[in-house]
Design a protein. Structure first.
Length: 238
């Protein structure tokens, strides 16, 4: 079997310039149930430097966007109590507080620039579809704001962030969002979790629950870039 290294899946990260462009910020699931230690089965068990970096970078970006009058959309994973989302255990149930923004971002709930969208599935683009009318809150937000680009941050890089970005790219390519040219992922504002195989075995979980953080973060970024997303390591004017 050939030896595999991350260099076999190359990444190209650069600077993304906001100047002179209509850009919206999308924040994916930076809520207690995924990012505040001890808040449910899918949250960090204790302090987590990668998650803390993500929140800090997101807060700085969000304050810049609000200051410049740019639009912000936030996804909040939010589930009806008792309604399962396989293969995950119950999480982020409404009324638990786990579905709320992390404390550092709670100020966005009162921001005139922010739109909060609750979702009950991994993919925020799908979760933004009204089951009765078929209207999609993401498409409407981008079209109403006539955005030329969206800048995406959040958790988890290879799960909710990636699924949203890949679907958004397909919607753009399908002509559903005429103004949208670029979908940009800001790497310092993204994070995922670590669940080594020995821990998986000790917990009695299936082998597919294994989730090495460095590899899955890298793979998420690689797959998004391979489908046409732009990866950014810095944001100019930031």
């Amino acid at each position: 079997m050939n030896t595999f290294s991350l260099s076999d899946l190359p990444l190209a990260l650069g600077a993304f310039d906001l100047k002179g462009r209509s850009v919206g910020l999308v924040i994916v699931d930076e809520i207690n149930g995924f990012a505040t230690p001890g808040c449910g089965p899918l949250a960090p068990a204790g302090p987590d430097g990668c998650v803390e970096r993500m929140i800090s970078q997101t807060d700085r970006l969000a304050r810049l966007f609000e200051k410049e009058g740019r639009p912000i959309l936030l996804f909040l994973d939010s589930h009806e109590p008792g309604k399962l989302e396989p293969p995950y255990p119950p999480h982020c149930e409404r009324g638990s507080g786990h579905e709320m923004l992390v404390p550092a971002l709670a100020w966005l709930e009162k921001s005139d620039r922010a739109r909060l969208v609750q979702k009950d599935c991994i993919n925020g683009f799908i979760g933004a579809i009204d089951a009765e009318t078929g209207r999609n809150a993401v498409i409407e937000w981008i079209n109403d704001c006539r955005l030329a680009a969206v800048l995406v941050v959040g958790i988890c890089t290879d799960i909710c962030v990636m699924d949203f970005v890949l679907t958004l790219l397909s919607a753009r390519n399908h002509g559903l969002i005429p103004s949208l040219a670029d979908v940009v992922v800001y790497e310092p504002g993204c994070a995922t979790y670590d669940l080594p195989r020995p821990t998986v075995d000790a917990l009695g979980l299936p082998a597919t629950a294994t989730h090495p953080r460095e590899l899955t973060h890298h793979m998420g970024l690689y797959l998004m870039a391979s489908r046409g997303a732009i990866l950014a390591s810095t944001v100019l004017q930031f």
